[in-house]
Design a binder for this molecule. Structure first.
Ligand code: FES
Length: 109
């Protein structure tokens, strides 16, 4: 079972999830500690779930086209869209709401 550490607002929220868990789905059903995860569309469009992966990136698949489109250069800095990830191994994430709020909004359509 993967162990999750989410760093946010100066705190570290820790928990364990079943393999193949999507953390945005967990946040949506308010399962500890993921209500602390900021997210929006759940579909790779809004960018509000973006997190920098601090550890465990080697176990993730390559970014999909939605992540590439939404994150651009931030992928090279270790960012991923958490709504696009199904977690299979331990992972440590950092989410900065100010940074995500500053991200350009996706165009509609
Ligand atoms: S929740 Fe909107 S891109 Fe992940």
């Amino acid at each position: 079972m993967p162990n999750i550490v989410l760093h946010k607002c100066g705190e570290a929220f820790r928990g364990e999830v079943a393999a193949e868990t999507n953390l945005v789905v967990r946040a949506g059903i308010r399962r500890f500690p993921y209500p602390h995860l900021t997210y929006g569309c759940g579909m790779g469009k809004c960018g509000r779930c973006a997190c920098r992966v601090l550890a465990g990136a080697e176990h993730l698949p390559e970014p999909n086209w939605k992540e590439t489109k939404r994150l651009g250069d931030r992928i090279g800095q270790g960012f991923r869209l958490v709504c696009q990830l199904w977690i299979t191994h331990d992972i440590e994430l950092h989410q900065d709401d100010a940074l995500n709020a500053a991200a350009p909004r996706p165009r509609e359509g």
